[in-house]
Design a protein around this ligand. Structure first.
Ligand SMILES: [Zn+2]
Ligand SMILES: [Zn+2]
Ligand SMILES: [Zn+2]
Length: 90
């Protein structure tokens, strides 16, 4: 059995449940599998974050830690006390 390809028709697309992009149906399954494997949808803000950056995102955007600003230059702010300390040393 060979399915007839709809040549000439605009490629049908489906919306990826992960990244919300319109993906060609022919590539959809591959895309979605890769997309879900690579990305993480933040439960707090709904943003799509690469899994590798998940902790960074949680830390930057959703941590309860107060934002610390450098009182020396007023240009540097972080939630990471160690980063601030090493920044001030520079
Ligand atoms: Zn996707
Ligand atoms: Zn988030
Ligand atoms: Zn500074």
């Amino acid at each position: 059995m060979v399915e007839q390809a709809n040549s000439g028709a605009t490629a049908e697309t489906k919306q990826c449940s992960m990244c919300q992009q319109q993906i060609e149906v022919a590539k959809f399954r591959l895309h979605e599998v890769a997309c879900i494997r690579m990305n993480y949808k933040c439960t707090k803000c709904g943003e799509i974050v690469p899994k590798a950056e998940r902790e960074q995102h949680e830390d930057d955007v959703h941590s309860d830690k107060p934002l610390l600003s450098c009182e020396l230059c007023n240009e540097f702010s972080t939630k990471d006390g160690q980063a601030l300390a090493s920044h001030k040393k520079d």
